[in-house]
Write a protein that binds this ligand. Structure first.
Ligand SMILES: [Fe+2]
Length: 281
């Protein structure tokens, strides 16, 4: 299978609330789109129509919300088969899911729940990453999540946990820079040291998003605010470490005037050019 076009530079998440403005805008800095396949697999009508419009103009990459790599139980085979067909139809270069779990005993909890940083959880995640890659017949990328409490006493820190999963599963990484920042403040570690120890050659995509700061200092990852200055700075540091890797602006709620999102895209593009010195632009 060949990809439709390279995923490079800055992308934005395709959301129905944004679609009309996105399709009418002429902003060359938006070079690709990310879609949640759960919104489209097995669905027709206006969902399919939006997707077809998007495909005419941009290459797509997929980001799943329902098959966390930390799940003890394997994903439902029927959904995986449908997802595989969708990914190959749209010629995505890789598919990403979170390093988390979202259910137990057959109950889906509609949340991205953190894994314990333990040897046992590494073994589960490595098995899930490998079987997902084999079943989808595509490269898969693991995304680091934000979390607010450890579910069990950690046997190692979060950075070591992530690197172990990547290395042992031979996986790619979707590096969410906002999540690194949020966790670094809430759990007290150096976000630059965390990023510097990541295997740069495994990073295929980056996410940036907004967050809110609570009065007592806790940071909440919302995807519903403008990207903060600290995250722009950390993104630049990350790009200097990993090189010419595509960056997605995630905005899932509390949508501002579209021009504000475009201004964020333009700023991301400027950072991208400066940090990577990309010559293909
Ligand atoms: Fe993300």
């Amino acid at each position: 299978m060949t990809t439709a076009a390279p995923i490079r530079g800055i992308g934005i998440g395709l959301r129905h609330a944004l679609a009309a403005r996105l399709f009418e805008c002429q902003v060359p800095q938006i070079r690709w789109l990310e879609v949640h396949p759960e919104n489209y697999v097995g669905r027709g009508g206006r969902f399919r129509h939006v997707l077809e419009q998007a495909r005419e103009r941009w290459p797509l990459v997929t980001h799943g919300l329902s098959m966390g790599f930390g799940a003890v139980e394997p994903a439902e085979p029927g959904y995986v088969e449908s997802l595989k067909g969708f990914l190959h139809e749209h010629k995505v270069p890789w598919h990403s899911e979170h390093l988390c779990f979202s259910g137990s005993d057959g109950v889906f909890l509609h949340d991205l729940l953190p894994l314990p940083c333990t040897e046992q959880a590494i073994a589960v995640a490595v098995r899930r990453v490998r079987e997902t890659r084999e079943r989808l017949e595509l490269p898969v990328a693991v995304e680091n999540i934000s979390y607010y409490a450890h579910p069990a006493p950690p046997e190692m820190d979060e950075g070591e946990f992530l690197v172990r999963v990547l290395e042992e599963a031979d996986a790619r990484l979707l590096l969410d820079v906002n999540n690194v920042f949020v966790n670094s403040v809430n759990h007290g570690f150096d976000p630059r040291a965390y990023i510097a120890r990541l295997p740069a050659e495994r990073v295929v995509q980056i996410h940036v998003a907004g967050h809110t700061v609570q009065p007592e200092g806790l940071i909440i990852d919302t995807h519903g605010e403008a990207v903060r200055e600290d995250v722009y700075a950390l993104l630049e540091f990350a790009l200097e470490h990993v090189g010419d890797v595509p960056v997605l602006l995630e905005r899932d709620q509390n949508f501002p005037p579209f021009e504000e999102l475009l201004a964020e895209v333009e700023r991301l593009d400027a950072i991208y050019r400066r940090a990577t010195g990309a010559t293909w632009l």
